[in-house]
Design a protein around this ligand. Structure first.
Ligand code: B12
Ligand code: SF4
Length: 505
């Protein structure tokens, strides 16, 4: 059986494309089981799906919906596939949360909920008459005109997942430039997170479970990419690289012992890192950490159930700076109950930390999360019942509609001020101070154009519009900036920083 696996695209995805790891893992398993899979990645490949349908002649088509911004593209492509009378399967984090809505679209026959590898394999076996559809756990489909969602499988042991075969794509199309790396790719070492943050998709999607992959498998993949494609860095896409110190240290030791000499970055809870952890991470090649702080007050931390130790986080950030690990942290403003005082204190906290980049977003509710449930119950928001609802709130979690009583204009100015600082900051690279982010942005724009289609032009235009927006809000509202002590002048910023640090002592 021939299976076409499609990574759907979105007009709004402006980051550099990333390897479609989920589809690659599914394709690898299907190939191992004797099937003939092929990947069409609409995020990097030009051309139409029609070409693939005509030349490859698949028997079934699976589409990946990593984020809700892909919904429109997935609907469009599925319509084309359905016209040819082929079965359409949807999977990925977004499809998993909306099986009924997906099936009711009229262009989807099956939805795979959660991990796709074994469920897709079993679905194919069922379509071949080797097993019954009812026996395929975590599958949603129509039975006698009614939607049926089979019992959800227990989360699979990730050691059963294949070592990814990267030959289904051209990995070099996905190279990122990142902190001294020219050829950086995405890899995964675990799934899920043990955290209970009430705004996060994880509480609904991965149900607060964290599952590791065996180190050997991860290292085997990196080795392959290094040997065959000259990869010099990897970004672990895991939501949480490690929930405990032991795994983290063992992972770092395994990387050191592998002698790959690869640089890497990851997402971690920074209040859980000790200096010894950071030392071994640096030794193992870690040069960049991304971490969610979200709120700068103890009360805010409690409200979002993150309960991050803010003092510890500040100390960790200082130490990361000292050893040379670049830190990016995120904050989310506009949670329903955020007050003016809370906002002011959060900004004071932001000024006091030594993170290299601070990314600020506005909260948007994410279906499946505890906070979304509470907001619906409290009649603050309507439940998302249509694709439009999902698409309108496309960037959920981080770029939503302000649900607090805070001024939307002030929030915009604050967010764009921090973006402006990121774009204009100079960083130590190769012993010189360089405009790192502007360089990265140029690289990304070149990458968009290299995709060589109309969509890429549109992406560049959207990026240009957003760039102008950053300039507009960051530069044209000095009154608001002054109110919060957000200065463009480096000297004044340093004074503010000192004041902020003192206020926390
Ligand atoms: C890498 C990544 C990206 C990459 C692209 C990923 C890709 N597939 O092409 C880039 C950087 C481009 C990206 C962009 C964005 N992302 Co993103 N991304 C991730 C991240 C960190 C890892 C994904 C991954 O590779 N996982 C590892 C693989 C092995 O697992 P997987 O992809 O889930 O695949 C498995 C299953 O989902 C399933 N499956 C997946 N596809 C299919 C298809 C079929 C047919 C079947 C049967 C099964 C199946 O089987 C796979 C194997 O088990 C996830 C968070 C996460 N940890 O998962 C966020 C995540 C998917 N992204 C998210 C967001 C918000 C975005 C952006 C909107 C960010 C932005 N502001 O621009 C954009 C837009 C995405 C979109 N198209 O709508 C959200 C999605 C939330 C939502 N529903 O909207 C997530 C969940 C992160 C989060 N914390 O909120 N992202
Ligand atoms: S926000 Fe981060 S720490 Fe919290 S549950 Fe989500 S992934 Fe885990």
């Amino acid at each position: 059986m021939k299976i076409l696996l499609v990574n759907t695209s979105s007009y709004y995805v402006k980051q550099k494309a990333a390897l479609p790891l989920g589809l690659l893992s599914i394709a690898t398993l299907l190939k191992q089981k004797g099937y003939e899979p092929k990947i069409f990645d609409a995020t990097v490949q030009g051309g139409s799906i029609k070409k693939y349908l005509k030349t490859f002649k698949p028997d079934i088509v699976g589409l990946s919906l990593p984020g809700s911004m892909s919904i429109n593209n997935a609907l469009k492509l599925s319509k084309i596939v359905k016209k040819q009378g082929l079965p359409v399967v949807w999977g990925g984090p977004t499809a998993s949360l909306i099986p009924e809505l997906s099936l009711n679209s009229g262009v989807v026959d099956y939805v795979v909920i959660g991990d796709g590898e074994f469920t897709f394999l079993e679905l194919i076996e069922a379509l071949e008459g080797k097993r019954s559809l009812e026996d395929v756990g975590s599958l949603a489909y129509f039975e006698k005109g009614q939607i049926k969602i089979n019992e959800l499988k227990a989360p699979a042991d990730l050691s059963l997942m294949p070592i990814i075969d990267f030959t289904f794509v051209n990995p070099e199309r996905y190279f990122n430039k990142n902190r001294g790396c020219e050829r950086m790719l995405h890899v995964y070492a675990s799934k899920g997170c043990t955290g209970v943050c009430s705004f996060c998709y994880n509480t609904g999607y991965d149900k607060r479970r964290w599952r590791p992959r065996p180190f050997e498998n991860v290292i085997a993949e990196i080795k392959y990419l290094q040997k065959n494609h000259g990869v010099d860095g990897v970004y672990f896409v895991d939501d949480l690289l490690s929930p405990g110190k032991e795994r983290l240290r063992n992972f770092c030791r395994a990387l050191i012992d592998s002698e790959l000499g690869i640089l890497w970055s990851c997402d971690m809870r920074i209040d859980q890192l000790e200096e010894e952890d950071i030392d071994i991470m640096y030794e193992a090649g870690c040069r960049w950490i991304m971490s969610g702080i979200e709120s700068g007050t103890a009360e805010g931390q409690k409200q979002i159930c993150k309960n991050l130790d803010l003092n510890k986080a500040r100390k960790t950030l200082d130490y990361l700076d000292e050893v040379g690990i670049y830190s990016t942290v995120t904050f989310v403003l506009g949670f329903r109950h955020q007050t003016k005082e809370d906002l002011e204190e959060t900004i004071r906290y932001m000024k006091s930390i030594s993170a290299k980049s601070i990314i600020v977003g506005v909260y948007g509710p994410f279906p499946g999360s505890d906070m979304y449930r509470d907001l619906v119950e409290e009649d603050v928001i309507e439940p998302f019942e249509s694709f439009d609802d999902w698409s309108r709130n496309a960037n959920m979690q981080t770029i939503g509609n302000n649900l607090s009583d805070l001024s939307p204009l002030e929030l915009k100015v604050i967010i764009n001020y921090f973006l402006f600082l990121i774009l204009t900051a100079k960083h130590d690279l190769d012993g010189q101070k360089k405009h790192y982010w502007l360089k990265r942005l140029t690289f990304q724009i070149k990458d968009m154009l290299a995709r060589g289609n109309l969509r890429s032009l549109l992406l560049v235009m959207i990026s240009a519009k957003e760039f102008l927006e950053i300039l507009f809000y960051a530069l044209f509202f000095p009154g608001i900036r002054k109110k919060y002590g957000l200065y463009l002048n480096p000297k004044k910023r340093e004074e503010e920083r000192k004041k902020a640090i003192e206020s926390f002592e």
